[in-house]
Design a protein around this ligand. Structure first.
Ligand SMILES: O=C(O)c1ccc[n+]([C@@H]2O[C@H](COP(=O)([O-])O)[C@@H](O)[C@H]2O)c1
Ligand SMILES: Cc1cc2nc[nH]c2cc1C
Length: 358
């Protein structure tokens, strides 16, 4: 299944960019005056292959999983919060539920590796978002002591993400917002990012859910010791993922690969989401052209992950929540870009005099 997805993945349609740029210059505004919205419109056209790209409705995929490394005291919250927040997603009360409703998104929550068994009838009891049970295993192992998971499990988790992207596209979603929930997943993300970029762990490690600054040195030391003990091959993204990663991070990488293979714009959220996107790009560099970065997270490693991808986020709101919230908040800008292309009058149609030149 991963092989089929990779076989289908194509480069974006660069030819369309010139035609859309010409159309943008015919619209009733000084050329270039809608700034970033204009380049966004061109990007959406090259991704979808449509001169008038359609990106609604969006689909939000929230992947949830637990992390054995939580046992090292690297998060401000107990591991049980992962499962409890899944209950909150299903009931419709989390921040991502609110923002998904605001943008008319289809929301799906996927258990790819929560440590406890989640109730199978919670959605049937009046919950608003579908909970999909696609658990690969009950959380990763503690990578301070052993590999987080087997390579085959990492591939299975990537395929969970591909399937979720396929379901969203089959349901009519035209833009994907990929989010996550997993206590201790900033530790896994910082560890993977350090190996992927070769940058010092100290520059890539932050307070996550809000550990006190006094515990940052401990979190860094856990990561540094684990990288040394697990010794992943920096050239092998699946080796890094299976030794230091997380099941939801693997599934997010899979969702990016799956969405890109269906030519759907991928709106990237915060730190964990960007590390997963970097991983997907190391699996196949063609994914990069499908990524649009929603926001810059407060987590200090995020800017390094963005730099590794050459990403320039749309928003900077001081968020550090995850769940896909920052990407969902950026979605209306994408919608504005497509409406500008489709609905604005041209100089000719409105009878407005064009530029007289220099
Ligand atoms: O998206 C971000 O940039 C982000 C930054 C910090 C924390 N988070 C969220 O907080 C959790 C991970 O934090 P921690 O401290 O448990 O590693 C996980 O559920 C993420 O969704 C998310
Ligand atoms: C309450 C809570 C909500 C979250 N959403 C994403 N990560 C989270 C972490 C916590 C602790």
């Amino acid at each position: 299944m991963l092989a089929d997805t990779l076989a289908r993945l194509q480069s974006t349609d660069r030819d369309i960019a010139g035609r859309v740029a010409d159309h943008l210059d015919r619209l009733t505004k000084p050329p270039g005056s809608l700034g970033r919205l204009e380049s966004l419109a061109i990007t959406l056209a090259t991704i979808t292959g449509e001169e008038l790209p359609r990106i609604t409705p969006p689909g939000v995929l929230v992947f949830a999983a637990d992390h054995g490394v939580a046992a090292e005291g690297v998060s401000a919250f107990p591991q049980a919060v992962t499962a409890q927040m899944v209950g909150n997603f299903v009931a419709g009360g989390a921040a991502i539920n609110v923002f998904a409703r605001q943008i008319g998104a289809r929301l799906e929550v996927i258990d790819v590796g929560v440590a406890s068994e989640l109730s199978r009838d919670s959605a049937a009891r009046g919950g608003e978002s579908g909970l999909v049970h696609d658990k690969v295993r009950r959380g990763t192992a503690n990578f301070a002591e052993q590999d987080a998971m087997q390579r085959a499990e990492a591939v299975q988790a990537i395929e969970v993400g591909i399937r979720a992207a396929e379901r969203a596209v089959a349901a009519g979603c035209r833009c994907l917002i990929v989010g996550e929930m997993g206590i201790a997943n900033t530790t896994a993300s910082s560890a993977m990012l350090a190996v992927l970029t070769g940058e010092p762990v100290a520059d890539l490690t932050g307070q996550g859910t809000g550990i006190p600054e006094s515990r940052l040195a401990h979190k860094q030391a856990v990561i540094e010791r684990a990288i040394e003990a697990r010794a992943p091959d920096p050239q092998d993204p699946l080796d890094i993922l299976s030794k230091l990663g997380g099941l939801e991070i693997a599934a997010m990488a899979g969702a990016y690969l799956g969405g890109a293979s269906r030519r759907v714009p991928l709106l990237v959220d915060g730190f964990i989401a960007t590390v997963a996107a970097l991983l997907a790009c190391r699996i196949d560099s063609k994914v990069r052209d499908y990524l649009i970065f929603g926001h810059r997270s407060r987590e200090p490693g995020h800017v390094h992950a963005l730099t590794a991808l050459g990403g320039d986020p749309l928003l900077e709101l001081g968020l550090r929540l995850g769940e896909g919230t920052g990407a969902a908040l950026a979605f209306p800008l994408l919608e504005a870009a497509t409406r500008m292309l489709a609905d604005m009058a041209t100089f000719a149609s409105a009878g407005v005099a064009g530029s007289e030149g220099a």
